[in-house]
Design a protein around this ligand. Structure first.
Ligand SMILES: [Zn+2]
Length: 146
């Protein structure tokens, strides 16, 4: 589900073309997606590996401060409370521990949905090409003559 969170946040940021909208939409999409019954990979580390892979692709293709990248990062951040919060009441996951009974959206379906959302985002150039302001991470590429 982490990869799906990243992909949905990236799509929201990309469609809005607004860093602020991406940052706000990410956690909202996270909470909504977590309400959909879903399964988890057998090894929890895969959740984080695939999530980081999605964000890495976005940074490489669209830049660190692109709306799509920021949307993806903000959509993933709520899951950090699983790592940090222990048994305290959780802000983004107030409904208790997630079910792990093998019911719900399969891991394969989640990855397929994620790829479907990500494909158009990764095909399009980042917002630095939209507002004409190259980010520090894209100056080299942006300065090249067309
Ligand atoms: Zn979550």
């Amino acid at each position: 589900m982490v990869a799906f969170h990243a992909a949905s946040g990236a799509a929201a940021g990309s469609l809005s073309r607004s860093r602020l909208a991406g940052l706000v939409a990410g956690p909202l999409l996270h909470v909504a997606a977590d309400r959909v019954p879903h399964r988890h990979p057998r090894h929890e580390a895969w959740e984080y590996v695939t999530g980081m892979l999605v964000i890495g692709l976005l940074v490489r293709r669209r830049g660190l401060f692109d709306a799509a990248t920021l949307g993806a990062a903000s959509a993933v951040l709520p899951d950090l409370e699983h790592l940090a919060a222990g048994r305290r009441r959780k802000l983004f996951h107030p409904f208790g521990p997630e079910r792990r009974d093998g019911a719900g959206l399969s891991v394969e379906a989640q990855l397929l949905l994620s790829a479907t959302l990500l494909f158009p985002v990764l095909r399009r150039p980042g917002s630095e090409a939209i507002d004409g302001q190259p980010t520090p991470f894209h100056r080299g590429r942006a300065d090249k003559p067309a």
